[in-house]
Design a protein around this ligand. Structure first.
Ligand code: GLU
Length: 441
C-alpha cells in the first residue's frame, strides 16, 4: 500500500514551490491507488495559525487535490514524547545548554580555522553536577540527537545514490529548551506511525533526511523511500525564495489562473516528460514518474501560466463558467452565445466583464478620419436592434453595394466602429450580443 503525505507548516499560505511537493506526493498516491495524507506540521504554537490551516485546505480544494486524511502534529505530542523517551533510554539523546550566541561564536571559530561548523558535542562531557548547575542557571536545555558518525546512504528517487558523512552534520536539536518538539522528530514519528511509504520533498531537506534516517533506525523504524526534487528558480535562474511570497496559490487564483493550467505545468516542469495541457487531474497521473525529474534547479515563469489558462478556458463548456457569466448580468438566453463568442478572446475569466460591458453598454467607437464618412453612411443603414446572426451579413452586403467598398476596407472600419477594437470575436455572433451601438449617433 502506497502512502504519501503533504506536510505544510501553517505559518503562511502555500505557494508554487509547495504545490510542486504536494502534487508529486498526490500523484504518487493516486497512481498507486494509495492514500494521500494532508499533515499539518503545527508543532510551533507561536508561528502556526488557524487561518493558514484553513487557507492551505482552500488552496488544495481549489486545485482539486483531495486528501484522504488530515493529521495534525499538535494532536500527537504524546507520541513524540514517547520517542524522545526512547532515545534517552538508549543513550542517543542529550541535553545541551549553549546559548545561541555561544553557538555562533563556536561556529565562527571553526570557520576561521577552516573547519566545518559542526556542533562540537561539548555537552556530552558535562558531569551531572555541571548539567544541574547549568539548568539551574539557564533553565532546561535543548535536546540533541547523538548521530552515529558514519556515512548515511540512501537511494534517492530523484538524486540517485546519496551518501552523507554524519560527522559533517551537527547533532540535530529535536526538542527546544521551552519543550517545543521540532519538526525533525515529529516527522520521523509520523511517517512511521502513519505508514508513509514515499516521501517527496524539496532538496533543501536532504540533510534532514540523513539525520531522520538515523533517528528512525535508532528507534527501530524502517525509513520510507525518499526523493528530493530541485527547487524552483525565476526565469533567469534567480532564487525564488524572496518572491515566493507573491507566488502564493491564492494570489494566482486571484489573478485568474486556472487550476488545470497550474497543475498541468507543475506535474511536468523540470522533468524529461513534455508538458501537455490536461483538463482533468486524473489525466496527469498517467505518465507521471518521479524519476523523470531532473536534479538541476527548475526555472519557473509565472507569465507562462496565462497562455495556458487561456487554452484551458477555450476548451471549457458553458456549464463550467455559467455562474460567473450569470454574475456579470448576462441574460440566460444570451449566455451560450456570449461564451462561444468570448472564450477565444480572453486570457482569464476576469476579461469577461469587459466584454459584457462592451456588448451591453456599447463600445466607444474607433473611427479613423479617412473612414468617417463611410462609417456614417454605413451606420445610417444599420437596422434597429435587436440584431441576430444574419444582421452582419445582410448589413455589410448592403453597405458594400452602396459604397463599393469590399474586403478589409469594408469590414475593418465597421468592426472598429462597433467594438472599438481591430480584432476580436466573429462579427456575426457579436452582433447578436450587441445591445447598444454608440457609433450610431
Ligand atoms: N513541514 C515541513 C516543511 O514544510 C515538511 C517537510 C517534509 O515534507 O518532511 O518543510
Amino acid at each position: 500500500m502506497t502512502i504519501t503525505r503533504f506536510a505544510p507548516s501553517p505559518t503562511g499560505y502555500i505557494h508554487v514551490g509547495n504545490l510542486r511537493t504536494a502534487l508529486m506526493n498526490y500523484l504518487i498516491a493516486r497512481k498507486a491507488g494509495g492514500t494521500f495524507i494532508l499533515r499539518i506540521d503545527d508543532t510551533d504554537p507561536v508561528r502556526s495559525e488557524e487561518k493558514y490551516v484553513d487557507g492551505i485546505k482552500q488552496d488544495l480544494e481549489w486545485l482539486g487535490l483531495h486528501w484522504d486524511k488530515v493529521e495534525r502534529q499538535s494532536e500527537r505530542l504524546d507520541r513524540y514524547a514517547d520517542a524522545a523517551e526512547k532515545l534517552r533510554s538508549i543513550d542517543r539523546f542529550y541535553e545541551a545548554f549553549e546559548t545561541p550566541t555561544e553557538l555562533d561564536l563556536k561556529r565562527k571559530k571553526q570557520l576561521n580555522m577552516g573547519k566545518p561548523p559542526v556542533y562540537d558535542r561539548a555537552a556530552l562531557n558535562l558531569s551531572v553536577e555541571e548539567r544541574d548547575a547549568l539548568r539551574a542557571e539557564r533553565g532546561d536545555g535543548v535536546w540533541r540527537f547523538k548521530l552515529d558518525q558514519e556515512r548515511i546512504n540512501w537511494k534517492d528517487g530523484i538524486l540517485g545514490d546519496i551518501s552523507i558523512d554524519a560527522a559533517s552534520v551537527s547533532d540535530p536539536v529535536l526538542i527546544r529548551g521551552d519543550g517545543q518538539v521540532l519538526y525533525t522528530i515529529a516527522s520521523v514519528v509520523d511517517d512511521t506511525d502513519m505508514g508513509v511509504t514515499n516521501v517527496v520533498r524539496g532538496s533543501d531537506h536532504v540533510t534532514n533526511t540523513a539525520t531522520q534516517i538515523q533517528i528512525m533506525k535508532a528507534l527501530g523504524m524502517t525509513p520510507p523511500s525518499f526523493a528530493h526534487h530541485s527547487l524552483l528558480t525565476g526565469p533567469q535562474g534567480e532564487a525564488l525564495s524572496k518572491r515566493l511570497g507573491t507566488l502564493a496559490l491564492r494570489d494566482l487564483r486571484e489573478q485568474g489562473v486556472q487550476p488545470m493550467a497550474l497543475l498541468s505545468m507543475m506535474a511536468r516542469l523540470g522533468s524529461s516528460d513534455p508538458m501537455e495541457l490536461r483538463s482533468e487531474i486524473s489525466e496527469l497521473i498517467e505518465g507521471f514518474e518521479v524519476s523523470s525529474f531532473g536534479t538541476a534547479p527548475t526555472k519557473f515563469d509565472v507569465a507562462d501560466l496565462f497562455p495556458l489558462t487561456a487554452n484551458v478556458l477555450q476548451a471549457k463548456p458553458l456549464a463550467d463558467v455559467a455562474d460567473q457569466i450569470a454574475d456579470l448580468g448576462v441574460p440566460a438566453d444570451l449566455a451560450e452565445t456570449f461564451w462561444t463568442v468570448t472564450r477565444d478572446n480572453i486570457t482569464t475569466l476576469k476579461d469577461l466583464a469587459a466584454w459584457w460591458t462592451l456588448f451591453s453598454e456599447g463600445a466607444d467607437p474607433v473611427i479613423d478620419d479617412e473612414d468617417a464618412e463611410f462609417v456614417a453612411q454605413a451606420m445610417a443603414m444599420l437596422p434597429e436592434g435587436p440584431f441576430d446572426d444574419t444582421t452582419w451579413k445582410t448589413w455589410t452586403g448592403a453597405v458594400k453595394e452602396a459604397t463599393g467598398r469590399k474586403g478589409k476596407g469594408l469590414f475593418m472600419p465597421l468592426r472598429k466602429a462597433l467594438t472599438g477594437q481591430s480584432h476580436g470575436p466573429d462579427m456575426s455572433a457579436t452582433m447578436t450580443l450587441l445591445q447598444v451601438v454608440k457609433a450610431r449617433a
